[in-house]
Design a protein around this ligand. Structure first.
Ligand code: FBP
Length: 262
């Protein structure tokens, strides 16, 4: 395991990863409500907020936009990803090598694993290659640990999320990005199962400020180390405002009320 507290991925041992790979994963539909959000510059600008520890993007976005922000923004290169046009069992193409991620200037890498998919075996083998290469380069590994597939009807069931967190530990991820399992106690179980792997909550679709911040607060109170979030930041008209509130809840131990009032 890499001691990641002293890497740019963390601030005071916690993380706020701004995810922006949705143009690939979901397609242009995610940009419809706030058309300016289709411009990657807008998310890179948001990522200069002091609350953001890294921005997570695919290779193409990293190549085109990161050079203008190097030094101001920390880069997490997502190594795999698949479009929503794919209709098969959950799977994710490896689009970028660890070597190339390092060349692009990434200080960490991200990898999606769909535990429970009919493609889990191949994905776990691809993860092994990436994880071992990341170790050689000294790059922390964040696993998007998303159990899903034809055998899994509910991908946020507490036992499924605890398993997702454990899978990340067992396979050598430094950080497990998991969906919120619905309660603080279920998140505590996931954190316990993850052991020394840090657990961060996945943002999910856009919600009210209060509902979103409450789930983040629950994660922090449960021992989670932060958040990897996309839509709940850049689908807002004013990403900076919610980042101010997230900074309070994640790094300043503020209550949701305090964060909303600030
Ligand atoms: P959100 O905060 O918008 O949910 O982003 C997190 C993320 O994992 C993205 O990195 C990824 O593109 C997307 O969610 C995947 O979402 P889904 O669960 O629909 O596949």
């Amino acid at each position: 395991m890499i001691p990641i507290d002293d890497t740019p991925l963390c601030r005071d041992g916690k993380l706020l990863i701004l995810a922006y790979d949705h143009g690939l994963e979901h397609g242009p539909v995610d940009f419809e409500d706030v058309p300016e959000s289709a411009d990657p510059e807008r998310t890179f600008e948001a990522a200069t907020h002091p609350a953001v520890t890294s921005v997570a993007v695919q290779k193409g976005i990293a190549e085109a936009y990161y050079p203008s922000y190097e030094g101001d923004v920390d880069l997490l290169a997502k190594l795999n990803g698949t479009s929503n046009l794919w209709m098969g069992e959950p799977d994710s193409a490896v689009n970028c090598s660890v070597e190339y991620a390092a060349e692009l200037g990434a200080s960490s890498v991200g990898f999606t694993l769909y535990g429970g998919s009919n493609h889990e075996i191949e994905m776990a083998e691809e993860f092994r290659t990436a994880q071992e290469a990341a170790r050689e380069h000294g790059l922390p590994v964040v696993m998007w640990s998303y159990p899903r597939g034809q055998g899994l009807k509910n991908d946020t069931k507490p036992s499924t999320i605890a398993y997702a967190a454990r899978q990340a530990l067992e396979l050598g991820a430094d950080v497990a990005k998991v969906k919120h399992p619905g309660s603080r106690s279920a998140m505590e179980d996931a954190v316990r199962m993850a052991g020394k792997t840090k657990v961060v909550m996945s943002g999910g679709s856009k919600r009210s400020d209060r509902a979103f911040l409450e789930s983040v607060k629950q994660t922090i109170d449960a021992g989670g180390k932060g958040l990897a979030v996309g839509r709940n930041v850049w689908q807002r008209e004013n990403p900076e405002r919610i980042l101010d509130a997230l900074e309070q809840v994640i790094f300043e131990e503020a209550s949701v009320e305090e964060a909303l009032a600030a």
